[in-house]
Design a protein around this ligand. Structure first.
Ligand SMILES: [Zn+2]
Length: 275
């Protein structure tokens, strides 16, 4: 990773901050509004996504995930369209498709009349951002987070005139909205790097057990599709592990082939450090 002059300046500022911290009380920075604080705290390359989330509560909810990802954020960041296109041409893609096909064949043989429906396309950052901006449960979770924010930082129920960044960052990392987001924040979905696949159950070309959290009890568990899918994955999908349990998604399996996934060059130069 190359260090640009801005990053060097940032490191110097951090070092100065540490020295100041040793000499006296820690330097506490306050910023005039939430938009500024979010921009200030956004770890690279998350501004690529945050700048395209117009709704402030949803933006704050995404930042929460980025901060909690810590140093793993750049290495887990979603592929761009160039990388996705390059992946389609690799032997690794062929291996993924072969394994999905084998799982599908096992499932169809074990459950006559039923099959699996899979969208194997890697979910680009654009697609993830659109879903994040539109999903109503993400909106609910984000509204709860905003309410918690106003309780923690508001002055007499009103919006705070200034926000102390360190306190806000610490609060946001440990905040836990009652409603859980059903989507990973844009950029960090395992679907964005061919590292996860959703398997849905179909009958006569129609999905009858979809990737929908409201259908887990009424369909996936009641009809035993969770167990039936797991059996086929165990039998024919050696590179898949799962399903996802937190949150519960009986259709979501992680994909970790023994040889790893290829390193693919992004179209744009690496993530820039931004203020
Ligand atoms: Zn999934």
């Amino acid at each position: 990773m190359q260090i640009c002059p801005k990053a060097t300046r940032h490191i110097i500022l951090v070092l100065l901050g540490l020295l100041a911290g040793m000499a006296g009380p820690a330097h506490a920075e306050t910023l005039p509004n939430l938009t500024k604080v979010i921009e200030h705290l956004a770890p690279p390359p998350s501004r690529q996504a945050l700048d395209r989330i117009p709704d402030l509560p949803r933006r704050m909810l995404a930042l929460r995930s980025y901060l909690r990802s810590g140093s793993r954020l750049p290495e887990n960041w979603s592929w761009d369209e160039t990388q996705i296109a390059a992946f389609q041409e690799t032997p690794a893609h062929k291996a993924l498709m072969a394994e999905i096909e084998a799982i599908g064949a096992h499932f169809a043989a074990a459950n006559p009349g039923f099959g699996l429906y899979v969208n194997p396309k890697v979910r680009s950052l654009d697609v993830q951002i659109d879903a994040w901006n539109a999903n109503s449960t993400v909106g609910k979770s984000a509204s709860e987070l905003m309410e918690d924010f106003l309780l923690a930082f508001g002055k007499d129920g009103a919006y705070p005139p200034a926000i102390e960044t360190e306190a806000f960052s610490a609060w946001l990392r440990r905040s836990m909205p009652k409603t859980r987001s059903p989507l990973a924040a844009p950029g960090i979905s395992a679907h964005g790097r061919a590292s996860a696949i959703d398997f849905q159950v179909a009958q006569e070309g129609r999905v009858i057990a979809p990737a929908d959290t409201s259908k887990i009890d009424s369909l996936w568990k009641k009809d035993g599709w969770d167990e039936k899918l797991k059996e086929s994955i165990s039998a024919a999908g050696p590179s898949f592990t799962g399903p996802l349990t937190s949150p519960s998604e009986p259709w979501h399996y992680d994909y970790r082939p023994a040889g790893g996934l290829p390193e693919l060059k992004p179209a744009e130069p690496g993530p820039a450090v931004s203020d």
